[in-house]
Ligand binder design. Structure first.
Ligand SMILES: Cc1cc2nc3c(=O)[nH]c(=O)nc-3n(C[C@H](O)[C@H](O)[C@H](O)COP(=O)(O)O)c2cc1C
Length: 231
């Protein structure tokens, strides 16, 4: 299998950079295994919903997050910016990266999946997804699977990255992080778990990338690719 047939596209949205870090780790592993990787980060310029996601720290995070509840549960879409690489292209595998927003796929990735660009890129192609969240992932992965198949792709599976701590403490730690734009391990004397990705997230991401490559390209083909020069 030549390099042309191992072109991999990542389409993702990231606000606090956690999904971006997972994509970077997966992309590094796939590149090391001979794939030709393209990363396309979606922008979210939507006049109504996008502004709150334009800078960190997020002032009044609870307000901005709670007011996304209704549009997210109604599966609304918004205006997004799609890099040219994700508007067309003959990719052998497309991987979506989305944070969970209110139990489902974040608005920018949902908007992409409804766009003509998704139809152009996914047409008959295998696709996978990674969910990045504090805790919940099934609705996120399930919606990407459904919308990606509607756009013409073939689902090959997904995985999730969740944070440390129980329901209450992980939420407290995450809200403090959104307000301060830095992890705090204590707040007013109360110990907090890590707010975002677990310490071993990069190894988990690389291991999933290997699993995905074996599944889509076959382990023999990928192994052979690493011993031949990549141009
Ligand atoms: C509007 C909004 C809603 C969220 N809803 C959920 C949720 O329902 N479940 C969950 O586990 N995490 C939820 N989160 C947390 C994010 O999934 C988590 O912070 C993720 O790491 C963000 O990824 P990013 O850094 O790539 O933007 C929500 C975050 C935002 C901004």
């Amino acid at each position: 299998m030549d390099n042309q047939r191992r072109k991999v596209l990542f389409v993702y949205y990231t606000f606090t950079k956690q999904t971006g870090m997972v994509v970077d780790a997966m992309a590094e592993e796939l590149t090391a295994r001979g794939c030709d990787v393209t990363k396309a980060a979606l922008e979210f310029p939507d006049a109504h919903y996008g502004g709150r996601f334009s800078k960190l720290p997020m002032p009044w995070p609870i307000w901005h997050i709670v007011t996304m509840l209704v549009p997210q549960r109604r599966r609304k879409t918004g205006e997004i910016g799609i890099p040219p690489e994700a508007q067309r292209g003959d990719y052998a595998l497309v991987v979506f990266g989305s944070p969970t927003w209110w139990l489902t796929t974040c608005m920018p990735v949902r908007s992409y999946l409804h766009s003509p660009a998704a139809k152009a890129v996914l047409d008959g192609k295998p696709f996978a997804a990674v969910s990045v969240s504090r805790r919940y992932y099934k609705g996120n992965l399930g919606d990407i699977e459904k919308l990606g198949e509607q756009a013409g792709g073939t689902w090959v599976g997904g995985t999730r990255f969740v944070s440390d701590g129980n329901q209450v403490m992980s939420m407290a730690s995450w809200l403090v992080f959104m307000r301060k734009n830095e992890p705090r391990r204590h707040y007013f004397g109360v110990p907090l778990p890590r707010p975002n990705l677990k310490e071993d997230y990069a190894e988990q991401a690389k291991s999933y990338a290997r699993e995905l490559a074996d599944k889509v390209f076959g382990s023999a083909a990928i192994g052979a690719a690493t011993s031949s020069p990549v141009v």
